[in-house]
Design a protein around this ligand. Structure first.
Ligand SMILES: [Zn+2]
Ligand SMILES: [Zn+2]
Length: 267
């Protein structure tokens, strides 16, 4: 199997990851990866929480840290610099200003909040008792579509994260997913297979096969991400991720540079 490029990993600047960037890089090299990308949590735009994301003031340090490993390991692996940014409706302009502040290779857009509720935050898990699960799913897919339409992201992150704690809808969400896939295609964003769901209560990759099939059918490009918050998880479960991609109908994945797709790699 061709070693797959890992585009989703973090650094301790976000307040909930461990390990030096060099340890993430060493792990990627040990796995035979030719390319990887750091995509730590960009500063939040609607609240400040040092346990969720880096602060605005830490951005220069983030870039310095990644530039440092990029030059140190340049003969061994290509390192892309990115961020994972939250989609918060009404804060698109502020988010764009942050993303325009540096020349990123790609930006992962993620929905982690429904209104003020961090629905995937273990500290806010009780919120599930106060919400109707179907309504949460509808809101989530609506936010996914809005985030793609915002035109400020390149790759949509973990696109069924809402299932993280195992809360499943009782209504059929096929129409929501189909519509979301069409919006992604029109917006020109890619989707990722994110293996971190296998390390969460749901014990399943994001997105599930039935959803991924819809994204593939709509012609949405694909990337891979471990969402590693620990160097040991770089490239985790990528053989299974490739299998999932192929089952969904994908025959290639894409590489980004300066916020454009620059290469398509056969699976
Ligand atoms: Zn994180
Ligand atoms: Zn995320």
């Amino acid at each position: 199997m061709t070693p797959i490029c890992d585009y989703h990993m973090h650094t301790p600047l976000c307040g909930h990851a461990v390990g030096l960037p060099s340890q993430y890089v060493e792990r990627a090299i040990a796995l035979g990866l030719e390319e990887m990308g750091f995509s730590d949590h960009a500063p939040l735009v609607h609240i400040v929480d040092p346990k969720i994301s880096m602060s605005h003031g830490q951005l220069p340090l983030y870039h310095q840290m990644i530039e440092d490993v990029r030059s140190r390991y340049k003969n061994k692996i290509r390192i892309k610099i990115a961020v994972e940014a939250d989609f918060i409706p009404g804060y698109e302009a502020k988010t764009k200003t942050i993303l325009d502040g540096y020349p990123y290779d790609y930006v992962i857009g993620s929905v982690h909040f429904i209104k003020d509720w961090g629905f995937d935050n273990p500290d806010e898990r009780d919120g599930w008792n106060e919400h109707n699960v179907n309504a949460v799913y509808h809101d989530y897919f609506d936010l996914l579509r809005q985030s793609a339409k915002a035109g400020i992201f390149d790759i949509m992150g973990h696109v069924d994260l809402v299932k993280k704690f195992g809360n499943r809808p009782t209504q059929d969400m096929t129409q929501e997913v189909r519509q979301t896939a069409q919006v992604f295609k029109k917006a020109g964003v890619a989707v990722e297979i994110n293996t971190s769901g296998l390390r969460k209560p749901v014990n399943e990759m994001y997105p599930q096969l039935a959803h991924l099939k819809k994204y593939c059918a709509a012609g949405v490009p694909l990337t891979f991400g471990s969402d590693a918050h620990d160097p040991k998880d770089v490239g985790a479960d990528f053989a299974a991720a490739v299998e999932l991609a192929k089952k969904a109908g994908y025959s290639e994945y894409v590489l980004f540079e300066k916020r454009k797709i620059v290469d398509r790699i056969k699976l």
